[in-house]
Write a protein that binds this ligand. Structure first.
Ligand SMILES: [Zn+2]
Length: 53
């Protein structure tokens, strides 16, 4: 099970999507990101490692 996380991306970007991208991440990969806020759980695969179990 993954969760949606609003993460800190390219903060110099004026585009909200690039500055604070919302990613589906597994528990392992989320530790590599700066998390702004946590969202709902999802069955989407992890945006980083592709885990989908
Ligand atoms: Zn992952």
């Amino acid at each position: 099970m993954r969760k949606f996380y609003t993460t800190e991306g390219n903060t110099s970007s004026k585009k909200q999507k690039e500055a604070y991208p919302i990613l589906a991440l597994c528990e392992k990969c989320v530790t590599e990101y700066i998390v702004i806020s946590e969202g709902d759980r999802t069955y989407d695969e992890c945006a980083k490692c592709g885990a989908s179990d």
